[in-house]
Design a binder for this molecule. Sequence first.
Ligand SMILES: NC(=O)N[C@@H](CC(=O)O)C(=O)O
Ligand SMILES: [Zn+2]
Ligand SMILES: [Zn+2]
Length: 340
Amino acid sequence: MPKEITLCSPLDMHLHLRDGDMMKLVTPLTAETFSGAVIMPNLVPPVDSLELLLAYKKRILSSLGGHQFDPYMMLFFRGDYTEAELAAAKEYMLGIKLYPAGATTNSEAGVKAIDAVEPVFKMMEEMGIPLMVHGETHGFVMDREKEFLASYDYLAQKFPKLQITMEHITTADAVALLDEHENLRATVTLQHLIITLDDVAGGMLDPHLFCKPIAKRPEDREALLQAALEGHPRLMFGSDSAPHPVEKKECCGCAAGVFTAPLAIARLAQLFDKHDKLDNLQAFISDNAQRLYGVEPAEKLVTVANVPFEVPTAYTGHDQHVVPMHAGETLDWNVTSIKA
Ligand SMILES: NC(=O)N[C@@H](CC(=O)O)C(=O)O
Ligand SMILES: [Zn+2]
Ligand SMILES: [Zn+2]
């Protein structure tokens, strides 16, 4: 019998489902194996009103391909939200996502000066609305997250009741900061537990591993990995699976984003098994998020076993063509049964 583990209601706490044909292609690839996911609002134009949020949620629900799945919606942060707007939107969303203007894909409408938007943070704190942040400055690419940590530190102290999620952390310093403030939590991607900058650009350039924040040093990966493997209570899995059409990746001016949704669970099981920590995968992939956000996903039992998985060279359909991480490689683990 191959070794196996059954995960209860996996959650992806940072996911890009895009829109239109791309959404139709990628949504079932997450909805099949995950019970729910936090849906990023960086569409063009951004999802920055309740009306847009509800319409987007409806489009997602019509793209599930028959799978049981909860999209946890988010608003795109604007500095001019009114209390009435937030009060109306609160029950339909999990939180609000802040992007520094220009920091990443489709973030042009983001925040230009973080200290100018503190009144919105105050309202969110009082209303109990979580804040999720793409935490990078516009500094040197390897230092952008580290430089932003001062802002997390400041916000966590200034707004002690505001729940702040450091999205897709990539550095040992961010892991250390997590332990400094009770109101900080973080997501980490699959790729940042596995790769370093060397895998992106140390040999032949690999556009399919290029994302923001860029993968960092071996010691950063090690710190992230140890925190994930131990099931750190305020660290959650957030794939940041970010599909781009192949022509936007394999070109000059490659878009940032790694597409991992269809293999995330299998690859995480392989990673946790390699370090003999399979027992902590449930906390990382669901329990921590359920506790921190108070979400109660519908039960989905996903069994992953030590059997080979040939990752497709691409996922195609609806006129779209997306290349996943590990394209054409064989993983040692695969999802073997799903009971919803
Ligand atoms: N992570 C990325 O490199 N890209 C994301 C945006 C984001 O999460 O920053 C995308 O939307 O493509
Ligand atoms: Zn981001
Ligand atoms: Zn993202």
